[in-house]
Ligand binder design. Structure first.
Ligand SMILES: NC(=O)c1ccc[n+]([C@@H]2O[C@H](COP(=O)([O-])OP(=O)(O)OC[C@H]3O[C@@H](n4cnc5c(N)ncnc54)[C@H](OP(=O)(O)O)[C@@H]3O)[C@@H](O)[C@H]2O)c1
Length: 244
């Protein structure tokens, strides 16, 4: 049976990937920090392997790399948000974000691809965000890196598929964990994690290098490409100011 490594598999989008990939017949390797939650999740999937690792640390990334080498599909999903504008967030937290969103994604992808190329099958899904297309602080910048990185690697390593997944707002623990008040966000902008993952798997199988779930977000991302970049930055900064 093929094996899938999912980082951040205990909640939100990662848990939705675990449900879907388990139903699709994958053996799962679940990675996150909370060992008790991981153990509960592993039980749900009939004894999945767990990797307790904090991807903001060297030791955690090394554990992730070791698991990535054994996987046929790697879903680099672990991530978090931050409340506040630039200079309101401590620099240590900004660096931690780059470590989890960029360094861990880079190193787990780098670890996984040679084995996949040798086997002649496999792939990597890197969870970015629609924020990648709007200039808004370190979060958006880190996700823009994920999109650009995934598109580049997809071209550079033939025979292995790499895709960036760019969801909009999804009902998960993400905003509560970051203490971001989303009560004013209109219902039309919310996506369901299982639907996001279904779209991701469909687009991955179609061979897309970027997947944007939801017609409303595809329209938004499409429009952002035609507007001047400083206008997009101003509008996204104003929207960001509302939800914090
Ligand atoms: N929700 C949204 O609106 C939204 C929109 C666009 C993109 N995204 C992206 O989707 C991905 C998943 O987010 P989510 O919304 O599903 O968030 P979530 O519900 O808060 O889940 C985050 C998961 O990541 C794990 N995690 C967090 N920091 C970690 C670390 N340092 N090392 C290892 N695991 C870590 C958490 O488990 P532990 O706490 O046990 O480690 C948890 O399993 C993120 O990359 C996020 O940026 C989310």
């Amino acid at each position: 049976m093929p094996t899938a490594l999912i980082t951040g598999a205990t909640a939100g989008i990662g848990a939705a990937f675990a449900r879907r990939l388990s139903a699709d017949g994958f053996d799962l390797i679940l990675l996150a920090r909370d060992s008790e939650r991981l153990a509960r999740a592993a039980e749900e999937y009939g004894g999945a392997e767990v990797v307790v690792a904090d991807l903001s640390t060297e030791e955690g990334i090394v554990r992730g790399e070791e698991a990535a080498r054994r996987a046929d599909l790697v879903v680099n999903n672990a991530g978090f948000g931050q409340k506040g504008r630039f200079l309101e967030v401590p620099i240590e937290d900004e660096v931690t974000m780059l470590r989890v969103h960029c360094e861990a994604v880079l190193r787990l992808t780098y670890a996984a691809l040679p084995e996949m190329r040798e086997r002649g099958r496999g792939g990597v899904i890197n969870v970015a965000s629609v924020a990648a297309f709007f200039s808004r602080g370190t979060y958006g910048a880190s996700k823009a890196w994920v999109v650009s990185f995934s598109e580049g690697v997809a071209q550079a390593v033939p025979g292995v598929h790499v895709m960036a997944l760019c969801p909009g707002f999804v009902h998960t623990e993400f905003h509560d964990r970051a203490n971001i008040d989303m009560s004013g966000m209109p219902g039309a902008f919310w996506l369901d994690a299982d639907n996001v993952v279904d779209t991701a798997i469909r687009d991955f199988r179609r061979g897309l290098s970027t997947s944007v779930p939801g017609a409303q977000y595809r329209t938004l991302v499409g429009a952002s490409r035609f507007l001047p970049r400083n206008l997009v930055a101003r509008l996204s900064s104003r929207t960001g100011h509302k939800y914090r």
